[in-house]
Design a protein around this ligand. Structure first.
Ligand code: MG
Length: 173
């Protein structure tokens, strides 16, 4: 008979997100280009029902996935007008609340942002610090990598931003 630990010490989760990037309308009326709440300087930005923060969305889904909870689209449907232009911090905070309730914390997180332009390097340290703050862990346990898509396909043509995240949750303190 196999043994299934009902309360495993570790749980792994994966999160993925993609948002279309469109040029901002004239007169600076576009929403800011946000990754983990950090603003990127660009003439275009991601579009979405919420604030279109693909990194917060992918981290939220990675944590929810590790917990075996419903995903971000189920918890915060984009048909709900309450989530229009929502600060995606709210989504991540709900995932963190569920993680706390289940008795887990983030052991470490590794994120890959695939973005042709603007360059991620000027804000990478800020993004890492922002994620560590939201997850209430030391920056040493958060990693953020930037890649381009080598000018290939929609991401490579600058028409979308793509994010992959893996997270390891550990039970206990
Ligand atoms: Mg999203």
């Amino acid at each position: 008979m196999s043994f299934i630990d009902p309360n495993p010490a570790y749980r792994i989760g994966h999160g993925y997100d993609l948002h279309r990037i469109e040029p901002f309308p004239p007169a600076g009326q576009g929403r800011p280009f946000l990754l983990a709440g950090v603003r990127l300087e660009h003439t275009a930005g991601p579009v979405g029902h919420s604030d279109a923060d693909a990194l917060f969305h992918a981290v939220t889904d990675a944590i929810l996935g590790a917990l075996g909870e419903p995903d971000i689209g189920q918890l915060f449907p984009d048909t709900d007008p309450r989530h229009e232009a929502a600060d995606s911090r709210v989504f991540l905070a709900e995932a963190v609340r569920r993680m706390d309730a289940a008795g887990y914390h983030v052991a470490n997180l590794d994120a890959t942002v695939i973005l042709e332009r603007p360059k991620l390097s000027p804000v990478k340290a800020q993004i890492r610090a922002a994620l560590a703050r939201e997850l209430r862990i030391d920056e040493r346990f958060v990693n953020v990598k930037g890649k381009t898509h080598e000018k290939v396909d929609a991401v490579g043509e600058g028409r979308a931003v793509e994010v992959h995240v893996v997270v390891l949750l550990h039970r206990g303190v």
